[in-house]
Design a protein around this ligand. Structure first.
Ligand SMILES: Cc1cc2nc3c(=O)[nH]c(=O)nc-3n(C[C@H](O)[C@H](O)[C@H](O)COP(=O)(O)OP(=O)(O)OC[C@H]3O[C@@H](n4cnc5c(N)ncnc54)[C@H](O)[C@@H]3O)c2cc1C
Ligand SMILES: NC(=O)c1ccc[n+]([C@@H]2O[C@H](COP(=O)([O-])OP(=O)(O)OC[C@H]3O[C@@H](n4cnc5c(N)ncnc54)[C@H](O)[C@@H]3O)[C@@H](O)[C@H]2O)c1
Length: 448
């Protein structure tokens, strides 16, 4: 029996950061990871980083144009670069955590009871570990929708397997128009594929500000992406996706079909019932605002909680747990405004309320909409599509929401989050000195 003060299940953003932190404090700490190709977690291996590497390569490829053969060659090079990058980061992540003194155990962990887990090694060996405290950071997995024809279909991909495909699909059909669906639509469109997105809801990105959603949809369609809304997918045969729209049967055929229909907490077969850890109907681990589960000494962090799925939320969950262990007061309720970015061309970034949400909350506000084309740096970048929209509360002058659909918006939005959290009025952003020419200097006009 192996004994530890802290046992962490999953080498994700929160898990690895916590393992390093506790080990550096001199506490006997183990980090259990079932897949050596996941050292460093989902983000650096099969999600954010490889997808943004492809996004960068795709945007470059689009500027070169050329024949289909040239585009296919550049796509192969992009996949190779993505492999290099993820391999490099995986190694660095392993070395960084190993150097803190945390023990990295290559095994699958399954709860036996509240203090014990079974360790299942890839070679079939089994061992047991006992720990005073256990931290769950097992992430999320792709939702496979109940559509006939998915199983054993070599033309059907998830985001993970798609990024291993080294032959550029001339036609790509994407099921699901959320973050993954739209980002991949944008990358493959830039690489030169003919992309169709099939979405179940009638409304395009229904959670977003309506005016911005309409502008994003128009921009994507004008860039060559076909978007089909209100579709019910019936079956997939080879690369053909059969669906109905308004009762009418339709079919779209691709060289590849990408499933981008959501991701759910990875709690199946974790043995949580043996430890008495409660989960929601979707399998998300229920925690209090300090990420503590229904069992006092067991915590859960990141996607497995079934809340927001972002790497920086997983990192913030680490900070919350770190502070909970030290008796401090950081919680899921005082993260401040949570920004996010969707890496389209151009990218979209948001923080705070949409116009519809602000109206529903009874807020009185001033709205400003600035076309991207009005910003000199956008002209320099030759990317003038999009617009920036902000809502400023009447009376207080505080920022209620910002919706930036323009180049460099994923960087710009972080400054707006800081202003919102620190209750810095919009007028201060309007009067601030910014370097020139930059996208951020548009705040002089946007927040005036
Ligand atoms: C295509 C794609 C693009 C994305 N892009 C972005 C982006 O641009 N920005 C952003 O912020 N977020 C993005 N996300 C979301 C982001 O990747 C996740 O929110 C984040 O990686 C979650 O990390 P985590 O800490 O919860 O756990 P993970 O990083 O998922 O780690 C969980 C680990 O636990 C291991 N594990 C699971 N079960 C066991 C077990 N029983 N025993 C041992 N080990 C186990 C797994 O192998 C894995 O390594 C993207 C996601 C996808 C799919
Ligand atoms: N830039 C980023 O931060 C980034 C990028 C990619 C992913 N992510 C994270 O990954 C998570 C998962 O992304 P996702 O895009 O898979 O999920 P999502 O929930 O954002 O979108 C899934 C979409 O698929 C649609 N859908 C579901 N079933 C369908 C069906 N049968 N037919 C047609 N449409 C269907 C849903 O209506 C929804 O619009 C996101 O919640 C996000 O947090 C973040």
């Amino acid at each position: 029996m192996r004994e530890y003060k802290n046992l962490i299940i999953g080498f994700g953003k929160a898990g690895k950061t916590l393992a390093g932190y506790l080990a550096k404090k001199g506490e006997k700490t183990a980090l259990v990871e079932e897949n050596p190709l996941r050292y460093g977690g989902t983000c650096i291996n099969v999600a954010c980083i490889p997808s943004k590497s492809l996004e960068h390569s795709a945007a470059l490829s689009a500027t070169f144009g050329g024949s289909l053969a040239e585009k296919k060659e550049r796509y192969r090079a992009a996949i190779a670069e993505k492999q290099r990058l993820t391999g490099f980061l995986r190694q660095k992540n392993y070395e960084k955590i190993a150097s803190t003194g945390a023990e990295i155990i290559d095994a699958r962990a399954v709860f036996l009871d509240q203090h014990h887990v079974k360790l299942q090694f890839p070679d079939g060996r089994v061992d047991e570990a006992e720990a005073e405290r256990i931290f769950i950071n097992t992430g999320a997995v792709t939702v496979i929708p109940p559509i006939a024809g998915i199983e054993n279909n070599p033309k059907v991909f998830t985001s993970e397997s798609m990024m291993e495909l080294s032959e550029l699909p001339e036609k790509l059909v994407i099921i699901g128009g959320g973050y993954i669906g739209l980002e991949f639509a944008s990358y493959y469109n830039n690489f030169g594929s003919k992309v169709t997105v099939i979405q179940d809801s009638e409304q395009f990105i229904p959670r977003e500000d309506k005016e911005m959603a309409a502008l994003i949809e128009k921009t994507l369609v004008e860039s060559g992406i076909e978007i089909i809304k209100g579709a019910k997918v019936e079956e997939i045969q080879g690369g053909s996706v059969r669906f109905t729209v308004g009762g009418k049967a339709e079919e779209k055929t691709g060289d590849a079909v990408l499933l981008a229909t959501g991701r759910k907490p990875n709690t199946a077969n974790l043995g949580l019932e043996h430890a008495g850890v409660d989960v929601t109907a979707r399998g998300g681990i229920i925690t209090d605002k300090q990420c503590r589960t229904s069992v006092n000494h067991i915590f859960a962090m990141g996607d497995v909680r079934g809340d927001l799925q972002f790497t920086y939320i997983s990192l913030d969950d680490f900070r919350i747990v770190r502070d909970a262990l030290a008796g401090k007061t950081r919680t899921t309720e005082n993260r401040g405004a949570v920004p996010y970015a969707v890496f389209l061309t151009p990218p979209f970034a948001r923080v705070g309320l949409s116009e519809e949400e602000a109206v529903a909350a009874g807020k009185k506000f001033k709205k400003t909409l600035l076309p991207t084309a009005a910003i000199p740096k956008a002209q320099v970048l030759r990317e003038t599509r999009g617009a920036l929209k902000v809502l400023i509360e009447e009376g207080t002058g505080l920022i209620l929401g910002a919706h930036l659909f323009c180049p460099e918006s994923p960087e710009m939005i972080n400054l707006v989050k800081r202003a919102m959290d620190s209750k810095i009025p919009a007028s201060e952003l309007a009067e601030q000195i910014y370097t020139h020419p930059t996208m951020t200097e548009a705040f002089n006009d946007l927040f005036a």
